[in-house]
Ligand binder design. Sequence first.
Ligand SMILES: [Zn+2]
Length: 308
Amino acid sequence: MASVWLTGLALVLAGPVPALLARARWPRAVPRAAIVLWQAVAAAAVLAAVGSALAAPEALLRVLTHPRERTGFPLLIAVGVAAVLAGLIVVRLFGVLVLLAVRTRMRRARHRDMVDLLARAEQNDAVGSLRAGTVLRVLDGAVPFAYCVPGRVGREGRVVVTGATLDTLGPDELSAVIAHEQAHLDARHDLVREGFTALHKAFPVVARSREARDAVALLLEMLADDAGRRRHGDDAMAGALDAFASRGGEGTEHDDVLLRRDRIRAHVQGGRALSVGIYLAAVALVVVPTITIVIPWLTDALQGLRPL
Ligand SMILES: [Zn+2]
């Protein structure tokens, strides 16, 4: 029975729950708590999938055999199949994560070298000093935009802006943008994104959904916006997003910038009670299935393994 519950839970957490969560508006008020909830949903889905793979062969053995026959070779086969199924899920996830991490770091190293080469050194001073461990690079460009490239041990991260960003934004707006990028680097938002990208890639193409990955990416942007707001005010952060949005373009990225700007202009900010409720829900998502499904199943299975 545990395998049925765990399979159902894994399917619900991989499909309907992300779909609902991605459409909800309340996560925008508490992006940090919402990201933790997304992580809990992902962790619970993976744990349920692994648990279901472990429990299914034993459940099948129970249905097909008499208790006295659940020893020796049939039991060995069931345990072996369970280990292989669960191992496949874990190895697939871990393999995708390692491959993604290696490729991302190689690409970033090239990217850092490239922006170092192309940077307009004389303009770096215009922005003022960044925190230790971060270097500003100004690139030629007629379109205002900014982004960051995380560093690695012994190498600084880069905050990259175009010349048009310096020309277009006011001093407070520019400082808010730098604070936004610095927040990405300080809190290692790239690692959170990497985890969800790996999860997305690890799923079979037919079962794969971009909802979790894209929703978390947008919440991370909002979290960094909040860092800019805290340090330089709502007007500065919203004004900078306005300038980025007015460069035109279309598609999801442009829509997301407008959405972030409107969120700041509407002063969307969640209360402590909402955050606490979401953190509790995140913990419950992982703990409740473990207590109500996994532990009883494990106890039962271990008893079944005892020699009669
Ligand atoms: Zn950002």
